[in-house]
Design a protein around this ligand. Structure first.
Ligand SMILES: NC(=O)c1ccc[n+]([C@@H]2O[C@H](COP(=O)([O-])OP(=O)(O)OC[C@H]3O[C@@H](n4cnc5c(N)ncnc54)[C@H](O)[C@@H]3O)[C@@H](O)[C@H]2O)c1
Length: 363
């Protein structure tokens, strides 16, 4: 297969490494207007064909059915490369967040439909990990009874993208370039994870908020208008009882750092760390009136890393027609959760998002 990378920055390099692990040979092509980015990429992947311009790269040879284009540019530069790549006759996997807003996401989906090509989103990095599959098995087993509540809270005290993390990429701090802050950056993974586990047909955002706590390291010389702390109260509605979800995410907060994912039912609870596959999964239930906590058997950790998963899931989708990939309507519905979250926080009004199933169908 041929893998075309649009953008040669930090994440493009991880996709190129993933491509080397595919069971087929992957020929690399990469386009970036920055000579420095192209040069740094070439040091790691000297065989990659390099282009200053994505359009020239895609026009240089006719498309083949197994070509994949990954759009690995900052969010403000996702829409045009995605459309260009789809119109070149190739399947497209776009970095998260899929788009800057719902209209862009819907436009991508429309163009994918017109071109008969698949559109996927890289928000699936944590899907398919052994510990995540173990959590799903616990839920499907019925061991928790009627599932009614989930807590999903991940707070860092100081890990802002563009400041403490990857300080060279200041675009993370500017909403007109990034689309938002911690929610748009980590929300795609959080919603992909929660939807994978709870399988809702609809999510209602009952209340939401976003804030940017002040620190003495806040940059004054660049635009910095994104939130670094966000929370919501949601109801996930699907086949069973509605599940109320308390959600919190922070890349900067003055409260204590924490990482907690827990789902509770009438007969038990499951607790795990979605973003650290080395941490155990626990099931908790009652025995004789007291809590018993047991570690769940997760099986061996796979060979793939979170950075391999987006390409592997998308490639599997092209091979088999189904996978853990988020493609088509499902990718857009996941993105709409982020917009609905912001809309709820800004207006104080409830928002509801329909979520397409794994095959793209809505209930
Ligand atoms: N850095 C991470 O840890 C990380 C992790 C997961 C996902 N992502 C996502 O990956 C995307 C890129 O992030 P990054 O960290 O690699 O950014 P980066 O700043 O390291 O690199 C972005 C690259 O895109 C290039 N670029 C900009 N416009 C372009 C265009 N029109 N055509 C071709 N190249 C263009 C820039 O020159 C730059 O080299 C973002 O959507 C981000 O959310 C990043």
């Amino acid at each position: 297969m041929r893998l075309y990378l649009i953008g040669a920055g930090v994440i493009a390099r991880t996709h190129a490494e993933a491509a080397a692990k595919l069971p087929v040979t992957a020929e690399l092509r990469v386009a970036d207007p920055s000579p420095a980015a192209l040069e740094a990429f070439a040091e790691r992947f000297p065989d990659a064909l390099r282009f200053a311009d994505a359009e020239a790269m895609l026009a240089a040879e006719p498309p083949r059915e197994d070509d994949i284009v990954i759009v690995a540019t900052p969010p403000f530069a996702h829409l045009e490369p995605v459309k260009l790549a789809l119109r070149s006759g190739r399947h497209v996997l776009c970095e998260k967040p899929l788009a800057m807003n719902d209209a862009e996401a819907e436009e991508m989906l429309r163009v994918a439909g017109e071109c008969g090509r698949k559109l996927g989103c890289c928000s699936v990095r944590f899907k398919g990990m052994a510990h995540m599959e173990a959590v799903k098995r616990v839920l499907r087993s019925g061991a928790l009874g009627d599932v009614y509540h989930a807590t999903f809270a991940h707070k860092s005290e100081r890990s802002r993208a563009g400041i403490e993390y990857q300080p060279a990429s200041r675009w993370f701090l500017d909403k007109s370039k990034s689309g938002g802050g911690i929610l748009i950056d980590w929300g795609p993974y959080d919603f992909a994870t929660l939807i994978d586990v709870l399988d809702p047909a609809e999510i209602e955002f009952g209340g939401a908020w976003t804030r940017r706590p002040v620190t003495e390291a806040d940059p004054a010389d660049v635009v910095f208008d994104v939130e670094t702390h966000a929370g919501a109260y949601m109801t996930f509605r699907g086949a069973g009882e509605p599940v109320r979800v308390h959600y919190e995410r922070a890349s900067c907060a003055h409260g204590e750092a924490c990482g907690r994912a827990e789902i509770e039912g009438t007969r038990g609870a499951v607790r795990w760390h979605p973003f650290d596959s080395k941490q155990p999964v626990y099931i908790r239930y009652d025995k004789g009136g007291s809590i018993v906590e047991e570690q769940v058997e997760t099986g061996p950790r796979g060979d793939l890393t979170i950075f391999d998963n987006p390409l592997f899931h998308f490639w599997a989708e092209l091979q088999n027609g189904e996978s853990l990939s988020n493609t088509g309507r499902r990718a857009v519905d996941h993105f709409r959760c982020l917009s609905a979250f912001y809309a709820c926080a800004e207006t104080g009004q409830k928002q509801t998002v329909a979520i397409a199933g794994a095959k793209g169908e809505r209930a």
